[in-house]
Write a protein that binds this ligand. Structure first.
Ligand SMILES: *Cc1c(COP(=O)(O)O)cnc(C)c1O
Length: 370
């Protein structure tokens, strides 16, 4: 007799559904039997600029060392990050994407009987890492699509070990200001590790978003996670980092895989971090594209959730799934967010001006069909 290996999985895992990524370009190209180059993908908050030439050069150079294990301590990258983020080397944890950092936190601090608190419409990886280790996810209803920080505080109990908060949040793009963050951190009990997920923070520079790094010294229960996947344009390489006290970093380093960040990613991240021009261009392109999409939505009479990320959620005023399908037939991939409890919205990543236009034209066409 064979075992029921779904029923044998631990209960938290049985209740999970796999993460649904943006539809790959090649998959749609096969389905429609069209040239992949004619498809516009605005579905995974990827940087439309293409990678930094400096990062590409660093990768080429690193190829000569492919037979060797990477530097498991990521010394060069940690040194640059520590310098740029005004922390000590031993406060930096490197991850195979910042998703890895989220998972390390869960593995180190969560277990059956313990819980993590996060918001409704928050990043889909929070429940995955929480339930994967048998802990309970406490999902707090959102307020105006964003985090209800006081309700999240009220949900903390003796078994809460972790809070995941994203600023800005994905998929909603919503954010909170410095005053709200400060008040929140003051009120979080000392036994709760606050993971401040700043995957999009580079896009928000100069805005009303607080810089999580400014709070690290005052709050030993704070971990700031960041990534090279978005504004730095290296999503394929999988590299992110956490900044925390040295104690928390030491704990995370105990549970991570010895070589969790590969050598090409380490080299590229070092180069990308020093390419200020690329980052500035990413920001400029994003600001312009955000305005372009907002103007397009206005013209179509659609409302949207104001966003500080490199994406925006538009409210179609009706179930979005058929519109998503219609856009696919026009060769445009965006992201349905029904699985985030937002059946009437679509999330669109800011693309190049021509990609944004292609999307807006396709949306106009599909919406006109009714
Ligand atoms: C994209 C994203 C990340 C980054 O994921 P990586 O693993 O670094 O590619 C983390 N958090 C949120 C909220 C995101 O949207």
């Amino acid at each position: 007799m064979s075992g029921d290996f779904l029923a044998l999985a631990q209960p938290g895992v049985q209740q999970l559904s796999p993460y649904v990524p943006g539809k790959p370009v090649d998959e749609l190209a096969r389905e429609l039997d069209i040239d992949p180059a004619s498809i516009v993908k605005l579905a995974s908050n990827e940087n439309p600029l293409g990678a930094s030439p400096k990062a590409l050069a660093a990768i080429r150079e690193e190829l000569a060392e492919l037979t060797r294990y990477p530097d498991g301590n990521g010394f060069a990258l940690k040194t640059l990050l520590a310098d740029q983020c005004r922390v000590e080397l031993n406060q930096v944890t490197l991850g195979n994407g910042s998703n890895d950092i989220l998972e390390l936190v869960a593995r180190a601090y969560l277990a059956p009987g313990l819980n993590a608190v996060f918001s409704e419409h928050a990043f889909a990886v929070y429940p995955i890492v929480t339930q994967a280790v048998g802990a309970t996810a406490k999902v707090i209803p959102a307020k105006d699509w964003g985090h209800d920080l006081s309700a999240m505080l009220a949900a903390i109990d003796a078994d809460t070990r972790v809070m995941f908060i994203a600023n800005p949040n994905n998929p909603t793009g919503t954010w909170f200001g410095a005053e709200a963050l400060d008040e929140f951190l003051q009120d979080v009990p000392e036994h709760v590790l606050v993971v401040l997920d700043e995957a999009y923070i580079e896009y928000a520079e100069g805005s009303d978003l607080p810089d999580g790094l400014d709070y690290l010294a005052a709050y030993p229960n704070l971990l700031v996670s960041r990534t090279f996947s978005k504004a730095y344009g290296l999503a394929a390489l999988r590299v992110g980092y956490g900044l925390s006290t040295a104690v928390v970093a030491d704990v995370l380093n105990r549970v991570r895989q010895p070589f969790n960040v590969n050598s090409l990613a380490l080299a590229a991240a070092c180069a990308a971090l020093q390419d200020a021009e690329y980052l500035a261009e990413s920001r400029r392109l994003n600001d312009a594209g955000m305005q372009q999409l907002e103007a397009g939505f206005r013209e179509l009479g659609l409302s949207w959730i104001p966003s500080r990320g490199n994406f925006i959620c538009v409210d179609l005023g009706r179930v979005a799934a058929p519109v998503f399908q219609g856009l696919l037939r026009e060769g445009v991939i965006v992201r349905p967010v029904a699985n985030y409890g937002m059946p009437n919205h679509l999330r669109i990543t800011i693309g190049l001006p021509t990609e944004n236009s292609r999307f807006l034209e396709a949306l106009t066409k599909v919406m006109a069909r009714g």
